[in-house]
Ligand binder design. Structure first.
Ligand code: PEP
Ligand code: MG
Length: 917
C-alpha cells in the first residue's frame, strides 16, 4: 500500500528534510525539527503525490487516503493529549499548503479547523477564555467560507461581493454600532452574536450552511489547499518563477497553538542571522498576544526580538529578550541547534502559548547578495561549511548585485514602475533625463547626473552613453548595441521599453499618459528592467573585503577559463582586476566609436567610400597607425595573456556619415563632389546588412583591409616582444561559413607575417589563427574548418540570430510574446538555447576536435557571461568563456559551480584521494 500520509511530533517523524519533493518544504522541515526533538505541534503531511492524483482523477483522492488520515489524526491526538471533534477536550488544527520550493502567500491556509457549536464549549472550558474561543470561531468562519466554500468551490463573486468582504462589513457594522475602533474592543458577547450573524450570512450568500462537523471541515480544508495549487495566484507565480505544474503541493495538518491567549502568549518570525547584512545576530520580530498572520500582515507594528538588533523605529518597544527572557533563551538555543544542523541561515516562525514555546516552521532563508557572501564566509570560518559549499551559497545573480550600485530596496518597495523594458545592464541609476548624446555629454560636464533616453542607440551615441549614469531606449533587444555597450561598461541600461513614447525633437517622453521633460528625474532598475519616476535612493554595493577570499575559493574549483570581451586598455585593465584570463574578443570596429575616435573614423570613412583599390590603399595607410596604436595598447595591458583580435566585422555602410556637413567634408578630403559621394554611399546600402557584405566577406573582396589589420597586429606584437613583453595574439576571422574563406584569408596572413618578420628581423611571431563559429553552416562543417582554424570562438549572438532566423535587433516585437505564451522558455539572446543552438555548438566541437584534437574552443557571444549558459559551456568541454568585464566574476562563479555540480572539481580532496590510489 502506498504511503500518502507522514506523521510528525513527540520527538519523532516519518519524514525528514530531504523529502521536500514529497512533503513540500514545510512538511519536510517540520518532520526534521520533530526528529531533532525541537518542540513542534504534532501533525501530519499529505504528500504531493496525492495532489497529482487529485488532479489526474477528477479531483478524487486515492482510496487509502481516508484511513491513513484517520490514523494520523489519532497519532496527533495522542501526542497533543486532546481529541479532534471532542466536546470536552477538543483539538483544533491548521490546514496549510507547502510546495517543494516556497510560494509565499500564493496558496491557501485554514486555521482553527475543528471548531463547531459543540466543541467551542470544550475550548471555553479548557482555556477559561470565552472571548478567545469566539474570536477563534469567527476567524474560522471568515477564512473557511472564503477559502473552502467560495474559492475552492469555483465561485467567482463580483468585485467587493466576496463572502469574506461581506463578513468584514458585518463586523465593521457591529463595531460602528458600539462605537469601537479596534477588533480587540469586541467583547465575548459581541463575538458570540457575530458568529451567528456570520453563519446566517454564509447561508444567505453561498446557499449552504456553515459545516458544523469537524471531519467535514477537515476534508474541506484539505481539498481547498489542493485546489489552491491551481488558483490564479499560484499559477502566475509558477510562471514567473519557472516552477513546474507537476510538482503539486503537499498539505500539512497540524495541531493549533495560540499566541493570542493573553500576555503570556506571543508569536514571531525570525532569521537565524541578519538576512540583509549577513551579520551573525539573531534577527526578528514578535508580537505579544497575537496570531502568526498579525506579524506579517503589517496591522500592528511588531517589536524587536532582542536588544542588539533594535532600530530607530522600534527602539522604544520591549524585546522578547527582555519581556520573556527564559523563552527567548530557549528560542536562541533552538536557533543555534537548527543552524548547526542545517548549516545555513534559516527563516523560522514560532508561537508562545501561555509561556510554552512552539516552532511552527523553518526553512532556508532568502537573503541579499551581501548577506549571502558574508554568511558563506563566516560559516567557513565557523567550520559550519566547507569552502566548496561556500562557493555554492552565492547565486550568480546575487554576485551581480554585489558588483553594481542598486536602488535601495526599501525605497523601491514603496513605489510602482512607470514602464518596464528589457533588463540589459544591471544595477540602478538615477538622474535627469536628456534626449541626445550631446546633451548627455554637456550636462555631465556641468556635473549633472543624467540618464540618456533614446528611441534606439547608434554608434554615434557612444560618447553620450559613456557620460550618462544609465541608458533607456524604446527599441532594441538584449544584444542591441546599447545593451552590449552598457554591459561592457557595467552601466545600468534598459532597452526595448516599447510602452514609452519618446519624442526626441520635443525632448519629451510619455509613459502611462504622463509626460516627462528634459531635466526630469527618473530612476532605472537595470537588473529588473523597471523605470521609476523621480529620484529613488541608491545604495552603493561597497566592495566587501571578503570578496577577494571568496573568489579564491571560486577559482579553486573552476576548470573553465574566463576571458573578457574588451576593446580598450581601460576595459582590459578592469577585466584583469576582475580576474580575466585573457581577451576572448577584441572588436576592432569599436575603435571607431567613442572617445578619440574622430580621426580614425574619418580615415575609415574615406576607405569605405573609396572606389578603387588605389584609393582604398591610400586611406588604409592613413588608418593604419591608429589601428596599430589601439591594438598595441590593449596587447600591452594583457601582457602574458592571450588576446583574440577579431578582424573588422560590421557592414561598412554603418559607418557612412548621415549628416550633409560631414558628407561634404569627406567628399572634399578625397577630392570628389558631394553628389558623387552620395552616389557611392547609396550604393553601399543593403536590405539585409546583418547577412550582407560584412565579416570575412569584406576581407575576401578587399584583401587590403585584412592585410592592414594583420600587419597592425603583427607589428604591435613584435614591437612589444622586443620590449620584453609576452604577447600572444590570436587572429580571429568573423562570419565564416566555409573552410575556403578561412584558407583565402590565411594566405594573406602568411604573407604579412613573413613581411613583418623580415622587417623586424625576427624568425617568427607566435600567433594563432582561428575563427568565429556564428553561422550554422560553419558549425556543421566544423570538421573541415578545423583543418585550418586552430581555435573556434562561438559567436552565439549571430549563431542564435541565424539559427532561429530572428533578427537580433528586431526581437522586441515578438520575443516577449513568445516568452509570455511559453512558446520559448526565455529570450534566446539572453539565455543560450541549449536544445537547438546548443546542439549546433556540440556538433561543432565534436567535429572540430575530430579533425584537430587539441582545438581550443571558447565562446564570445553575450551568453558567455550568463550563468546557465556558462554551465553549458563547461559541460560541453569548452576551454573558456568570454564576457564583458563586469560579468567576469559572475562567469567565474558560474563556471566553478558547474564544475562542483558535475563533480569534476579539481579540489584538493579529490587530488588527495587520487594520490592515495
Ligand atoms: C556574436 O555574434 O556572438 C559576436 C560575438 O559577434 P558580434 O556580437 O560582434 O556580432
Ligand atoms: Mg557576430
Amino acid at each position: 500500500m502506498s504511503k500518502f500520509v507522514y506523521s510528525f511530533g513527540g520527538g519523532k517523524a516519518d519524514g525528514k528534510a530531504q523529502m521536500k519533493e514529497l512533503l513540500g518544504g514545510k512538511g519536510a522541515n517540520l518532520a526534521e525539527m520533530a526528529n531533532l526533538g525541537i518542540p513542534v505541534p504534532a501533525g501530519f503531511t499529505i504528500t504531493t503525490d496525492v495532489c497529482m492524483y487529485y488532479y489526474q482523477h477528477g479531483k478524487k483522492y486515492p482510496a487509502e487516503l481516508e484511513q491513513q488520515v484517520k490514523l494520523a489524526v489519532s497519532k496527533m491526538e495522542r501526542i497533543m493529549g486532546a481529541k479532534f471533534g471532542d466536546v470536552e477536550n477538543p483539538l483544533l488544527v491548521s490546514v496549510r499548503s507547502g510546495a517543494r520550493s516556497s510560494m509565499p502567500g500564493m496558496m491557501e491556509t485554514v486555521l482553527n479547523v475543528g471548531l463547531t457549536s459543540k466543541t467551542i464549549k470544550g475550548v471555553i472550558k479548557k482555556t477559561q477564555n470565552e472571548r478567545f474561543a469566539y474570536d477563534a470561531y469567527r476567524r474560522l468562519i471568515m477564512m473557511y467560507s472564503d477559502v473552502v466554500m467560495e474559492k475552492a468551490a469555483g465561485i467567482e463573486p463580483k468585485e467587493g461581493k466576496g463572502i469574506r468582504m461581506q463578513l468584514e462589513h458585518e463586523m465593521a457594522a457591529m463595531k460602528r454600532e458600539h462605537g469601537y475602533t479596534q477588533d480587540t474592543d469586541l467583547t465575548s458577547e459581541d463575538l458570540k452574536k457575530l458568529v451567528e450573524i456570520f453563519k446566517e450570512k454564509v447561508q444567505e450568500v453561498l446557499g449552504k450552511s456553515f459545516p458544523d462537523d469537524p471531519i467535514k471541515q477537515l476534508w474541506g480544508g484539505i481539498g481547498a489547499v489542493f485546489q489552491s495549487w491551481n488558483g490564479r495566484r499560484a499559477i502566475s507565480y509558477r510562471r514567473i518563477e519557472g516552477i513546474p505544474d507537476e510538482w503539486g503541493t503537499a498539505v500539512t495538518v497540524q495541531a493549533m497553538v495560540f499566541g493570542n491567549m493573553g500576555d503570556s502568549s506571543a508569536t514571531g518570525v525570525a532569521f537565524t542571522r541578519n538576512p540583509a547584512t549577513g551579520e551573525n545576530k539573531f534577527y526578528g520580530e514578535w508580537l505579544i498576544n497575537a496570531q502568526g498572520e498579525d506579524v506579517v500582515a503589517g496591522i500592528r507594528t511588531p517589536a524587536p526580538l532582542n536588544e542588539s538588533t533594535k532600530n530607530e523605529q522600534n527602539k522604544h518597544m520591549a524585546s522578547l529578550e527582555k519581556a520573556m527572557t527564559k523563552t527567548y533563551k530557549e528560542l536562541d538555543k533552538i536557533r543555534i541547534n537548527l543552524e548547526k544542523h542545517y548549516r545555513d541561515m534559516l527563516d523560522i516562525e514560532f508561537t508562545i502559548q501561555e509561556g510554552r514555546l512552539w516552532m511552527l516552521q523553518c526553512r532556508v532563508g532568502k537573503r541579499t547578495g551581501t548577506a549571502a557572501l558574508n554568511m558563506a564566509m563566516d560559516m567557513v570560518k565557523e567550520r559550519l561549511i566547507s569552502d566548496k559549499e561556500a562557493v555554492m551559497r552565492l547565486s550568480p545573480n546575487q554576485m551581480d548585485e554585489l558588483l553594481h550600485p542598486i536602488i535601495d530596496p526599501a525605497a523601491e518597495g514603496k513605489t510602482n514602475p512607470i514602464a518596464k523594458g528589457l533588463p540589459a545592464g544591471p544595477g540602478g541609476a538615477c538622474g535627469q533625463i536628456v534626449f541626445s548624446a550631446n546633451d548627455a555629454v554637456e550636462w555631465a560636464k556641468q556635473g549633472k547626473k543624467v540618464l540618456l533616453v533614446r528611441e534606439e542607440t547608434n554608434p554615434e551615441d557612444v560618447e553620450g552613453m559613456r557620460a550618462a549614469q544609465g541608458i533607456l531606449t524604446g527599441r532594441g533587444g538584449m544584444t542591441s548595441h546599447a545593451a552590449l555597450v552598457a554591459r561592457g561598461w557595467g552601466k545600468c541600461c534598459i532597452v526595448g521599453c516599447g510602452k514609452l513614447d519618446i519624442d526626441v525633437r520635443s525632448k519629451t517622453m510619455k509613459a502611462d499618459g504622463t509626460e516627462y521633460r528634459e531635466g526630469d528625474f527618473l530612476t532605472l532598475n537595470g537588473t529588473r528592467g523597471y523605470v521609476y519616476a523621480g529620484e529613488l535612493a541608491m545604495i552603493s554595493a561597497s566592495e566587501n573585503p571578503r570578496f577577494v577570499q571568496f573568489m579564491k575559493y571560486v577559482d579553486k574549483y573552476r576548470t573553465l577559463k574566463v576571458r573578457t570581451n574588451a576593446d580598450t586598455p581601460e576595459d582590459a585593465q578592469k577585466a584583469l582586476d576582475f580576474g580575466a584570463q585573457g581577451i576572448g574578443l577584441f572588436r576592432t570596429e569599436h575603435m571607431f566609436y567613442g572617445k578619440n575616435s574622430e580621426a580614425p573614423l574619418f580615415c575609415l570613412r574615406k576607405m569605405i567610400v573609396s572606389n578603387t583599390e588605389e584609393e582604398r590603399r591610400r586611406s588604409l595607410d592613413e588608418l593604419y597607425p591608429y589601428v596599430k596604436r589601439d591594438i598595441k595598447a590593449t596587447l600591452e595591458v594583457m601582457n602574458g595573456l592571450p588576446v583574440t583580435i577579431r578582424l573588422l566585422d560590421p557592414p561598412l555602410h554603418e559607418f557612412v556619415p548621415q549628416e550633409t556637413e560631414k558628407r561634404a567634408e569627406l567628399a572634399a578630403s578625397i577630392g570628389i563632389s558631394l553628389e558623387e559621394l552620395q552616389k557611392r554611399a547609396d550604393s553601399l546600402h543593403e536590405t539585409n546588412p546583418m547577412m550582407g557584405h560584412r565579416g570575412v566577406r569584406l576581407g575576401v573582396t578587399y584583401p587590403e583591409i585584412t592585410e592592414m589589420q594583420v600587419r597592425a597586429i603583427f607589428e604591435a606584437s613584435v614591437e612589444l616582444i622586443k620590449e620584453g613583453k609576452k604577447i600572444y595574439p590570436e587572429i580571429m576571422v568573423p562570419v565564416v561559413c566555409t573552410l575556403k574563406e578561412l584558407d583565402n584569408q590565411k594566405l594573406l596572413v602568411n604573407k604579412v607575417h613573413k613581411e613583418v618578420c623580415d622587417k623586424y628581423q625576427v624568425k617568427t611571431i607566435k600567433y594563432m589563427y582561428g575563427t568565429m563559429i556564428e553561422i550554422p553552416r560553419a558549425a556543421l562543417t566544423a570538421g573541415k574548418i578545423a583543418e585550418t582554424a586552430e581555435f573556434f570562438s562561438y559567436g552565439t549572438n549571430d549563431l542564435t540570430q541565424m539559427g532561429f532566423g530572428f533578427s537580433r535587433d528586431d526581437i522586441g516585437g515578438f520575443v516577449p510574446a513568445y516568452v509570455e505564451k511559453k512558446i520559448l522558455p526565455a529570450d534566446p539572446f539572453q539565455i543560450l538555447d541549449q536544445e537547438g543552438i546548443g546542439e549546433l555548438i556540440q556538433i561543432g566541437i565534436e567535429r572540430g576536435r575530430g579533425s584537430r584534437p587539441g582545438l581550443k574552443v571558447g565562446i564570445c557571444g553575450e551568453h558567455g557571461g550568463e550563468p546557465s549558459s556558462v554551465g553549458f559551456c563547461h559541460r560541453v568541454g569548452m576551454d573558456y568563456v568570454s564576457c564583458s568585464p563586469y560579468r567576469v566574476p559572475i562567469a567565474r562563479l558560474a563556471a566553478s559551480q558547474a564544475a562542483i555540480k558535475s563533480s569534476k572539481a579539481k579540489g584538493p580532496t579529490k587530488q588527495k584521494t587520487k594520490r592515495k590510489k
